[in-house]
Design a binder for this molecule. Structure first.
Ligand code: HEC
Ligand code: HEC
Length: 281
């Protein structure tokens, strides 16, 4: 009994070892495909959604939900590259589409192969989810592409003139932004006039999706901004950071540095003091 038990263990370990990298290899393509579908969603919002919907009906151009099922992929690729060339070649489908969509010619789309693959991954993913399963997320849209209405809504939400859907506190309580009126905003948090210019679309999007930090974290953990609110506030911050003077040398930056440093130092202090006191007692 004993010897069998002892002999069994190493054998098991030996067989498990090569399985682990094998599993990682198997999982990798799935993760990769997901990543590209997400990139495709972003690309779609930025480059195609002005004219096309994904399951919400025709706009300036046809609804693209299921387009890779109703058309041959090679045809779609040729069409996207140059709709004009395909129309001019007398392709019957392209000609019919042009007539159906009031003679509006879709502009040529210069996409890399990788971008096209990610778009196709997104389109296939949406087709699988069924109609309406793939509404482009409003948070994906660039802050700088907003309409004046979206910017205005962002300001109302920031100021608390319109309440946040999940009951979160208005940002103005802790943040000032240039042009917010005579009283201005609170000073507990940094002035956000140039936050968008500094953080960029890439930094601002996740920051608004999850308002983190020692002050905001606890406050918004149970009352996050919904996607449309995230978008409107991002659009507002993009707008205020764009109009006006150059950010460099501005007092906002000095102020931000001091507050940021204090916050970081305070945080580090907490992190380091906690375990050491525990260790002593
Ligand atoms: C300015 C508007 C506009 C933009 C932007 C645009 N399209 Fe189009 N698209 C159209 C129109 C209009 C048609 C119909 C054919 C025509 O008239 O050229 C069309 C047709 C299509 C078709 C054929 C659909 C079918 O039912 O066979 C595909 C595929 C397509 N577009 C993909 C894209 C993709 C992908 C993007 C973004 C990378 C994009 N389009 C951006 C206007 C646009
Ligand atoms: C209770 C006060 C408080 C409220 C309310 C608050 N914030 Fe903050 N916020 C802070 C503080 C303090 C910081 C600095 C980092 C930290 O300590 O978390 C900060 C940092 C930020 C940053 C990063 C700025 C940078 O320069 O890095 C953004 C963006 C931001 N807040 C957006 C918002 C938005 C949008 C709202 C409203 C939905 C909001 N905040 C509400 C206190 C607040």
């Amino acid at each position: 009994m004993r010897t069998r038990e002892l002999g069994g263990r190493p054998r098991q370990e030996r067989t498990l070892v090569p399985i682990i990298p094998l599993l990682a290899l198997l999982a990798a393509p799935a993760a990769l495909a997901q990543g590209t579908a997400r990139q495709g969603a972003q690309l779609f919002t930025q480059r195609c959604a002005t004219c096309h919907s994904m399951g919400e009906g025709d706009r300036i151009g046809p609804d693209l939900h299921g387009v890779l099922e109703r058309r041959d992929e090679a045809w779609v690729t040729r069409f996207i590259k140059s709709p004009g060339a395909l129309i001019d070649s007398g392709d019957p489908v392209a000609t019919e589409l042009l007539a159906k969509f009031n003679g509006v010619r879709m502009p040529d789309q210069a996409l890399s192969d990788a971008e096209r693959d990610s778009l196709y991954a997104f389109i296939r993913d949406c087709t699988q989810k069924g109609k309406g399963g793939c509404k482009p997320s409003p948070a994906e849209k660039m802050g700088t592409d907003a309409t004046p209405e979206e910017v205005a809504r962002g300001r109302r939400l920031f100021e608390g003139a319109e309440s946040l859907k999940n009951g979160g506190a208005a940002c103005i309580g802790c943040h000032d932004v240039r042009g917010l009126g005579v009283a201005g905003g609170g000073t507990l948090g940094p002035n956000l006039t140039f936050a968008f210019a500094r953080m960029g679309e890439k930094g601002m999007r996740p920051a608004l999706a999850k308002l983190e930090g020692p002050m905001m974290g606890p406050l918004y953990a149970k009352a996050p901004l919904d996607e449309e609110e995230q978008y409107a506030i991002k659009a507002y911050l993009a707008d205020v950071s764009r109009d006006g003077s150059r950010p460099r040398g501005d007092r906002d930056f000095f102020y931000l540095g001091v507050v940021g440093m204090a916050a970081v130092l305070g945080f580090i202090g907490v992190m380091f003091s906690a375990p050491s006191t525990r260790g002593l007692s």
